[in-house]
Design a protein around this ligand. Structure first.
Ligand SMILES: [Zn+2]
Ligand SMILES: [Zn+2]
Length: 163
């Protein structure tokens, strides 16, 4: 029986969900999918250049799982570049920690925690927000999983405020 795969944390939704070679209609292209956890692994390791252990901690997975994840993601991305595939970011057993929202009226872009209900743009007050977590099929499912600020709650005697 396969072991149940644990849920991984992705800090916030990607801003783009598909890439393709220029000048070729999508209908003529084979596609390669990378999952949201694979995307996050490449972002943390190769874009933000985090130490693998720190990156693994942030996603709540082991270092060896992180290594396999990032290796698989690199292999798929390289294959899509070399063979001219459409690269699609979708799926994966993940939950988002933060959501990315963009106002369709003024273009204001901002992040809030997945626990926050937001239906008006804080910049212009319009009610037309594009919900990136929602576009990847996430919303209420992400709430209440993440412990949040793990390790940041510890206070030492000197910086604790009285009362
Ligand atoms: Zn706005
Ligand atoms: Zn979710």
């Amino acid at each position: 029986m396969p072991r149940k795969q644990n849920e991984r944390y992705v800090k916030e939704p990607p801003r783009f969900s598909s890439f393709k070679p220029a000048g070729i209609p999508r209908t003529e292209l084979p596609g390669t999918s990378i999952t949201l956890d694979e995307f996050e692994a490449v972002k943390l390791a190769d874009y933000l250049e985090l130490d693998q252990q720190d990156a693994a901690d942030q996603m709540a997975i082991s270092r060896s799982t992180f290594s396999r994840l990032v290796a698989r993601a690199r292999q798929k991305i390289a294959g899509a570049l070399i063979n001219g595939h459409e690269l699609i970011i979708e799926g994966g057993r993940i939950h988002f920690i933060n959501n990315l929202l963009v106002c369709r009226s003024c273009g204001h872009q901002f992040t809030v925690t997945m626990e926050t209900d937001m239906n008006k743009c804080p910049a212009c007050g319009a009610g037309k927000l594009m919900d990136y977590a929602g576009s990847f099929g996430h919303g209420r499912c992400c709430r209440g999983h993440h412990k949040g600020n793990r390790g940041n709650h510890a206070t030492t005697g000197s910086d604790r405020t009285p009362g």
